[in-house]
Every structure is written in C-alpha cells, then in structure tokens.
Ligand binder design. Sequence first.
Ligand SMILES: Nc1nc2c(c(=O)[nH]1)N[C@H]1C(S)=C(S)[C@@H](COP(=O)(O)OP(=O)(O)OC[C@H]3O[C@@H](n4cnc5c(=O)[nH]c(N)nc54)[C@H](O)[C@@H]3O)O[C@H]1N2
Ligand SMILES: Nc1nc2c(c(=O)[nH]1)N[C@H]1C(S)=C(S)[C@@H](COP(=O)(O)OP(=O)(O)OC[C@H]3O[C@@H](n4cnc5c(=O)[nH]c(N)nc54)[C@H](O)[C@@H]3O)O[C@H]1N2
Ligand code: SF4
Ligand SMILES: [Mo]
Length: 907
Amino acid sequence: MSLLIADSPHVSPSSEKKMPSLIQSTCAYCGVGCGVDIVVADGKATSLTGSADHPANYGKLCVKGSNLLNTIDLTNRLLAPEIDGKKVSWQQATNYVAEKFSDIIKEHGKDAVAFYVSGQLLTEDYYLANKLMKGYIGSGNIDTNSRLCMSSAVSAYKRAFGEDVVPCTYQDLEQTDLLLLIGSNAAWTHPVLYQRIERAKKINPLMKVVVLDPRKTATCELADNFIQLKPGSDGAFFNGLLNYLSENGGLDADYIAKNTEGFTETLAQATTWSVAKVAEYCHVSEQELTLVYQLFCQSKKAITFYSMGINQSSSGVDKCQSIINCHLASGKMAKTGCGPFSITGQPNAMGGREVGGLANQLAAHMDIDNPAHQDKVQRFWQSPTIATKQGAKAIDMFDKIASGEIKAVWIMATNPMVSLPDRDKIAAALKKCQLVVVSDCVDENDTLAFADVKLPATPWLEKNGTVTNSERRISRQRNAVLPAGQAKHDWQIIRDVAQAMGFSGFDFADVSDVFKEHAQLTHFENNGERLLDLSGLSQLTAQEYHELTPIQWPVNEQYPQGCDRVYADGQFNTASGKAQFIAVSPQLPKQRTSEQFPFVLNSGRIRDQWHTMTRTGKTSKLVAHTDKPYLYLHPSDAKTLAVVDDDMLNITASTGHAIAHVKLDDKQRAGECFMPIHWNKSFASHANVSALYQSIVDPISGQAECKQGAVALTKKSYSQYLSLHTVSDVELEVSADFWLKNTTAYGDAYQAAFDEPIVDAMLWCQQATGLSGEWLQFNQDSQSYIVCLQAGKLVALAYFSQQWPVLDVSWLEHVLSEETLEFATIQSLLLGIASNEFNQGKQVCSCFNIGEKTIVNAIAQGCTSVDKLGEQLQCGTKCGSCKPELASMISLHKASEPLAVNELGAG
Ligand SMILES: Nc1nc2c(c(=O)[nH]1)N[C@H]1C(S)=C(S)[C@@H](COP(=O)(O)OP(=O)(O)OC[C@H]3O[C@@H](n4cnc5c(=O)[nH]c(N)nc54)[C@H](O)[C@@H]3O)O[C@H]1N2
Ligand SMILES: Nc1nc2c(c(=O)[nH]1)N[C@H]1C(S)=C(S)[C@@H](COP(=O)(O)OP(=O)(O)OC[C@H]3O[C@@H](n4cnc5c(=O)[nH]c(N)nc54)[C@H](O)[C@@H]3O)O[C@H]1N2
Ligand code: SF4
Ligand SMILES: [Mo]
C-alpha cells in the first residue's frame, strides 16, 4: 500500500487508480479531532479506522467516527449550483452572487450584507470568508454557529487571560487528581476523550471525577460524585467554591500575588456564598457540596472541563469566569493536570477562533475595535478597507435581516433554521431577505428551503485543509476522493466570488497558500503580543503542508515542534501581563417557568446523531440507538399529565410548538424535561426544539440561552396511528397531521398520525407510496394491516391502529430483505405477530447490532461486568460508545430474571 496525499499539486487521487492507498485525515465530527486512516481503492474509500499515531485518539474512534463511510453516498447531495431552483453553471452562480452583493453594498452600504458561517468549515475556508468580509467588503458582519457553541468561553478566556487561549491539553485530563465535568455529557459528545478519562481512572484509582448536571447522564457512570443542580445555578456553585477555598486554606497566595489582579474584589463578592446559601440556591445538599469543595481544596491537581451546560446561558461568560477564578485562586493553573478547560464542540471551532471568524474579532487573535490592530491587519492584507467595529452577532444578524437592515446573507456549513432559537423568527427573517445564498453539501434542509442561490460545497472526504481541535492541535483533513459532480471546496467558492467582485487579494491556486498566509498573519508584527503564532508553519512548501503532522500551537522559533504547555511562566496576554479575576454575581436563566409554561426545557445531544442529521441521519446504523425525538419526562410529571411511554405530548412555548413521544426518565428532576436538538423538517413534522427557545443572549458574548426554556405540556391524541415501511419515498407533509421518518437498512420507515381516521386505508397507501403490486389487507377491530408484494417480495407494509403499532425492527429488516415471502410469513405480517426470535429490543451496541433484550438476558445469566458482556456478545468491544449504557444496564438488571418478549418495547 502506498501513502497517497490526495489533492496535492503533485499527486491526484484519480491518477493513482490501481494500488490501494492510505490517506490520513481527521474525523468530520467533534472537537476531539480524532485522526482517521482511510483506505482508498479505485478512487473510492473502502475502509476507515482510527489513526494509531494521532495524539487525540491513538487509534480509537467513537460510533459516529466509525460510521463515517456509511454517510458518504451521493443521495441528497447538492451537485450543481442553482439560482431560484434552476441549475446554472458555476460562472453564472459566482457572477450572480458577486453582482448582487456588490449592488446591495453600493446602494445600501457595506453593513447591508452578512456571512453566517460555521465551525465545520476548515481553517482555510474560514480565513478567506473572514478576509473577504472584514478586509474587502469592510464590515464586521461575519458571524458563525460557534456563537451558539463556545462564544462565552472565548469571551471569558479573553477577559481573564488577555487572549482566547485554552490552557489545557488532553494529557492533563489523564494526569489530574480531580476532574470536574460541568454541563458536559462527554460520554456521548466527546466519547474518545471520555474513554481516555475512563482508562486514566482505571490506571489511577485515586483519580476522582465529579459531574454537575441537572440530568444524570451516561457520563455519570464515571462519576464518584454527581451534583444534580438546579438548571442555570452553576455560577453560585463556583462562587461558593472560591469562598470555601479562602476559608479552608485552599488559596495559593503566592500565585495570586505574582500572576493575577482583582482578587480582593472578587473574593469579597464570593464571601456571601456560604455552603448553606449555595446549597439552597442550587437545590443540592450541603453534605454533597462540602464533599466536592473539600476534594477540590485538597487535590493537588484539578481540571474543570466545561461545555454547553455552562456556555449556552444568558450569563455564560460570568459562569466561565467563576470557574477560571477558582483555578487562579488555587494556583491550579497552567501546569500538569490543572486548569479551566473549555471543550470545543465542532471539528474546527478552534480554527474559526484563530482566523477571527466571530463578528467581534478581527483576525489572528487581533481585536476588531483596536485601531493599531486594524492598521496591522489592513497593511498585511494590503486591503482596500478594514472593518473598524464589531459586526452583528448571530442573533442580532437575523434580527437585522428581519428588519431589512441586512439585505443579503451568505450562509455556509450551518443550518440556522434548525439551530438558532426562535425558529419562526428566523423563518420570517429569511423569507424577507432580498438574497439568501447557501453553500451546503446536501440538496435539501430547513435552511436551503429559503435559498435563492444554492452553492454545492465538497463535504468531508472530498475536502482538504486543516482543522484545530480542543487542545489547540492543528491536523490535516485530507481529501480521499475527488469532488463529486460540480462541488467545489468552500475556500474556492469564496475566492471565486471575491475575484468576481473585483478584489485582488484572493489569488490562491492551492489550499496550502491560504494556510501559509494565515500562518504569516499570526506572526506579522506579533512581537510576543499574542500566543497564537504559527510562524513555524508560515514557510511550508505545498508538499510540506500536505504532509503536515498534528501539531499544537504556538509553533514558532521558541517552540518549533509546537507547544503543549502555555502560561507556565505566569505571564498572560493582558496589558499588565497578569491574569484577571473578575467578581461574578450569579444569575439564573432569563427564560422562567410560569403558570402558563410550568416546565423547564433542557436540550442537547444524543449519542449517535450529529446536529441537524444531514449526515448521521443517513445511516440506519446511527438511527437505531434513538429512533425518535423523544421528550424525556420525569415519571411523577407523567403521572400528573396522565401519559405513559410513547404517548404523545404537545409542547408549547411562547415562541412555538412541537409534538413528541414521551420517554419516562427519572434521571432528571421533576418539573424538568429534555429534548434532543437533532430532528428537523427533513425527519419529523413537529420536532424542532429550537422553536421552543426565546432568543435571549449573554450581554457580553451574545451566546443564546439554549438550555433552559419554559414550556407547557399537554397530552396529544390522534384518532389513528400508522407505522409504514416501504422501499419507496413517501411525502407525508400534507397527508398526515404528524409524521416521523427514519433511515433503515431496508428503506425508509415512517410513523404518522391522523386527527381524522383514514377512510380507505388501502387507497391511502397506494397513493402515498405510488407502488403497484399485489395489495393485501386484513382488518381486525379498528386495525388495518396492509402489505404490498411485487413478485412475492414485500415492498410496503402498513399498520393502522388506534395506538402506535409496535413492530420489531429486526423482524422488519428480515421480512423486507427476503426475496420472496412464504405464505406463513405473509399471514403473520397480516396478523401483526412477529416471531420471538426477532425481538431484541432497542439497539444498544450500534457496532455489533446488539439489542436491549439480549443484553439484559446475558446480565441475568451472570455477565455482570462490561468486559464480560463484551466477551459474550461483543457489545462495547469496538468503538466503546455504548459502554456507559452497558454499565448502567448492569446496575439496573443485575439481580433480575431474563426478560420475556413482551416486557420490552420493540424500540
Ligand atoms: N453525539 C454527538 N456529539 C457531539 C455533537 C452532536 O451533535 N452529537 N455536537 C458537538 C458539539 S458542536 C458540541 S457543542 C458538543 C456539546 O457537548 P455537550 O455540552 O456535552 O452536550 P449537550 O448535550 O449539548 O449538553 C451537555 C449537558 O449540559 C447539561 N445542562 C443543561 N443545563 C445545565 C445547567 O444549567 N448546568 C449544568 N451544569 N449542566 C446543564 C445537559 O443536561 C447536558 O447533559 O458536542 C459535540 N459532540
Ligand atoms: N436548543 C439548542 N440549540 C442549539 C444547541 C443546543 O444544545 N440546544 N447547540 C448549538 C450548537 S453548540 C451548535 S454547534 C449548533 C449546530 O447547528 P448547525 O451548525 O446548524 O448544524 P449542522 O447540522 O452541523 O449544520 C451544518 C450544515 O452544513 C452542511 N455541511 C457539512 N459539511 C459542510 C462543508 O464542508 N461545507 C459546507 N458548505 N456545508 C457543509 C451540512 O449538510 C448542514 O446542512 O446548534 C446550536 N443550537
Ligand atoms: S470522538 Fe468520535 S466524533 Fe469526535 S472526533 Fe473522535 S471519532 Fe469523531
Ligand atoms: Mo457546538
């Protein structure tokens, strides 16, 4: 096998047809930034494994990473540019966008246009988008979905350290004594890091893990202590910790004196936060708190690892600061196993921060409102103009689109209709906008529905450039195959539009030239002012760039091989060189429950889906674990609402409405419920959670409060329910009052519900599926069971009932894959009775397809450890993402009897 560096100027994937080649790249998904080895044969990616030598994952991959190649087929791909729904050439599309943008700028000024971009762009894409908006159009109006993700963490680092620098590494997580996981469900969202932590804890049983979350998540499997706090109350927890440190000898007076400023005022603010007051505020016991405070105080090393439960808050910057305050005060900073570690979500959230992709940054960690920085960047770019003030942050940007102040928006690699709060408001804004340009890889999503111009971008596997992970490590994302159809790389699309607008600074032939320019800017007149310095990479030849191995910044004369430890000398990037304490006054969420909206709505991720499902929704492998956008509800609330598992609930907020199935869940507090963020109009009629949140933001960072909404719940019933499995595509938008769609191994599975019963069920099926063949129907009570056969092969199966029909997935997979069905099978289909052998229950292990019932039975027969289950059933032995769930099933079922078929829902 030869090592092929595809898309380099020297070798192209198509020229290397015969021998299988190995391409090293980076996973498309989360901020862990795992390396992947892709085998390519005859221009196609044939297998993928974790790169054994990548320092993020050392060969490991989670379930999403392992399934990357199952999500790359060309179905739903946008393969040609379109204007107003008509295919056009690239030249037409590029000129059209350039002309429209130029006209609007000419008539209404530079601030009448905007870009809304994404932490899923590569650094080179991001760099050019930022350069075009800030240096050539001259406006600050470029913002990104990272605003919804870690902009509060960015603002807090900047305020405290003088620069947006993450002072920790993955190794620190393994080398610490105490790890606080705050508002992070890392077991599901950063699984490979979680597994590294799990392993570290096995090696060092003295290491302690504490989780703070209003929900007891899969991450708690690793926790020695779990603090189930009141939503939004984390700021008080950390003020209380600071106070406790001060009262119990936990301060590092020397560190405070030498390296920080503002301690006295900050402590004064925190002293009112006694353990008793924090306990009352956070709704937790004083004993639990004291235990964790003691742990922090006594541990030599501690890391606070925080994520969306902290950032997505109307006071997120202060919450991050309250964490930083505790680390500065205790001196648990910038040394092995210590520090405030904000984990990034998206694969290149960090790269976006480096190039200045947020509306309140300039470029290369320089400040947009600093005249010296403006001058520096403009001179470096030799650009005709430069942005001199902050542009519109995401929420404001869409408000300005709604008000008509912004007349053209170019959206790249994000799906704001699904991910921004207050969906109706976003829809109204996009509808009103004079020109909506969307660069995406898929041909349909909730945002593309509003696009005047659609630009086909290359997705992962075709893309080529760099990403930076959560620990400041730059890795190459290399393309393994050539662009499909007419798709172009995002950086090329931006370059071509910029040139069509008449701008001269975009003369890049190769992606490595873009990277080099970015690296040079980080060094330009830096004089040690900013830690972000990539001068060591600023002279790479194209070949060296293509061969670049993972490296942590800064990379410069002092650290030619990169640098893992920053701020070790206690010198920060503030004017005084000292880190800043800032007094924090804890705030509760702005979205409050009321008589009208009595439930707190929490939202977040599930294990196997990525964001708006444009990729992970494509494979049955990733759908089986959680096949519906459930609303997770406490059993006591379910009792009050008179609902049981799988009943339907109307979820109403001041901003919008959703409908979802109920899943009983006693792992959250009564009065609170949780809904996943992933489902949208491509997969469900009423399941977009962002419709239920108001767009209330942190006053400093502009990050939206996406974790604590207020909703009303009422039982929703329909007069008829349908489960439909077919090989054909079905459009249910008009014909059903509620619907859900899932990708399965055999085609699509639909669930639908009707306010009025369907009069002629068979006719409805024939019209909905458009299939002809032998249609058979069996009616019993008020149920209709319908099948359609083509030459003995089952092509459609529809069950109408007054409750949700329960069908086992593995049985369906079996009957729909058979070439011809035996008469007895057709009979059992029409009676709706699956044979026992197929009832495995909900899928738990996606790698080996192992269901709940199989696992529970193995536990009852003595497999009482995750390792034993793995030995017997293989579950958990590949990617390991299901191991926390297996552990929790063992605790639940250890002493139980094997389950009978009817005891488990068929999932
Ligand atoms: N499987 C999967 N993994 C992903 C992603 C994905 O879509 N799918 N997306 C990636 C991205 S972009 C991101 S940003 C990360 C996000 O990673 P995480 O932040 O770990 O994920 P979330 O599920 O959004 O939220 C984390 C937890 O915050 C808790 N929480 C809610 N309110 C509060 C609160 O007031 N205080 C505290 N302490 N906790 C609270 C929630 O209950 C939830 O368990 O995941 C990344 N990884
Ligand atoms: N209520 C609530 N809302 C949230 C969150 C929450 O926890 N709760 N989390 C927030 C967070 S942290 C995040 S990060 C956002 C995520 O939300 P989004 O960014 O809106 O979600 P994605 O599905 O990742 O959107 C990426 C889009 O880009 C396309 N795409 C993929 N690769 C490429 C590429 O290389 N080039 C181009 N041009 N397009 C590409 C995909 O097909 C998809 O349409 O959601 C936020 N919204
Ligand atoms: S943890 Fe999983 S999703 Fe994240 S980068 Fe690694 S393989 Fe990809
Ligand atoms: Mo994110």
